[in-house]
Design a protein around this ligand. Structure first.
Ligand code: ADP
Length: 328
């Protein structure tokens, strides 16, 4: 039997290079593997765990679908769907999972602590329940592989714990999912601190940014004098070199590392070359995205077809779980 694969991105603005490398590239790689069955959603139920505007959620959801298609996800190969179209299954399973999960376990997760620091006025039950809903997203499809960035590892661990508990307590057969890591599993922030994130202004480059915007964002990235000993290289410079590696290859990175300990890196040139390399990779995605903007009917058709295919799997998992838990 094929291993099922599940992943998703929250519709909270335009996708950035972190989403593209950490998640979407892995999603595309797995879609082309004949031993996998791939299901990719827009995680709109997760969008309400942080402050959001209901007037733009629907458009942002379509935008993620279009970004998936533009980046190379193919509805003939992958089931592409919107999470809220299957809300009754995802949310239902998440509630069942809450009965085998302690409040303390959720409160101690690093992602939860980060989010309550970012949004101290939005410490909601939805936020606390985020990892439970994510476990339900994965396990309602009995997915064994999850292409997501490194920041999501603690959540995958929660999903494994829940699968083990549900299997032990109720005799169910949930798989213990593993994260599928890509070479860009952790794309650093341009600011030199933490990961690239939609919620941190100045930290990211969006997949729809044009060349001048990319150049401007890179120009703001902090550097140093350009020479020194490798051990003392500042994090901000290491981050730039990581982007060089992702977009221009490891050999180019090594060349810069040698320059750093000899004649020095000229950051103006490095940034110019890097901006061009990033734009060259993004340009075809941007062109396809613009075409899709004119084909809203096609996008709606992809979403409707995806919901139909996803539902064929979810109903069975819910039926089994209810039966095992003594319902009905
Ligand atoms: P954000 O953190 O920007 O709000 P999401 O929470 O919607 O993005 O994450 C969507 C996917 O993108 C997840 O798989 C997540 O691990 C991945 N991702 C987000 N930021 C990064 C990053 N800087 N590097 C690698 N992967 C990332």
């Amino acid at each position: 039997m094929k291993t099922r694969v599940l992943s998703g991105i929250r519709p909270t603005g335009m996708l950035h290079l972190g989403n593209y490398f950490g998640a979407v590239k892995g999603m595309i790689q797995l879609q082309d593997d004949p031993d996998r069955e791939t299901l990719y959603m827009v995680a709109d139920l997760h969008a309400i765990t942080t402050p959001y505007d209901p007037r733009v959620l629907r458009a942002d959801t379509r935008s993620v679908v279009m970004s998936y298609l533009a980046a190379g996800l193919n509805p003939e190969k992958s089931t592409l769907f919107v999470q809220s179209d299957l809300a009754e299954y995802h949310a239902q399973l998440s509630f069942y999972f809450s009965s085998v999960t302690s409040v303390a376990r959720m409160q101690h997760l690093p992602t939860y602590k980060d989010k309550i620091r970012q949004h101290p006025d939005n410490v909601t039950m939805a936020l606390l329940n985020y990892p439970l809903l994510m476990a339900a997203d994965i396990l309602v499809y009995k997915a064994g592989l999850v292409p997501v960035g490194l920041d999501q590892e603690p959540h995958i661990e929660v999903a494994r714990e829940i699968a083990r508990k549900m299997n032990a307590v109720y005799g169910l057969n949930f798989p213990e999912p593993e994260r599928f890591a890509t070479s860009g599993e952790y794309v650093p922030s341009l600011s030199g601190e933490g990961k690239m994130s939609k919620s941190v202004v100045g930290s990211y480059i969006s997949v729809l940014d044009d060349l001048p915007t990319i150049q401007k964002s890179l120009a703001r990235a902090p550097t140093d004098s350009g020479t020194g000993v490798s051990e003392d290289m500042p994090v901000s410079v290491k981050n730039l070199l990581q982007l060089v590696e992702l977009f221009q290859g490891s050999q180019r990175r090594q060349e810069y590392e040698v320059l750093y300990t000899s004649s020095g890196i000229r950051y103006g040139d490095l940034k110019k070359e890097l901006a061009q390399a990033i734009y060259t990779e993004l340009e075809p995605i941007q062109q396809k995205y613009r075409e899709l903007e004119k084909s809203s009917e096609y996008v709606e058709q992809v979403i409707a077809q995806g919901a139909g295919k996803a539902r064929q799997i979810t109903q069975q998992t819910i039926d089994e779980t209810k039966q095992a838990m003594g319902f009905g």
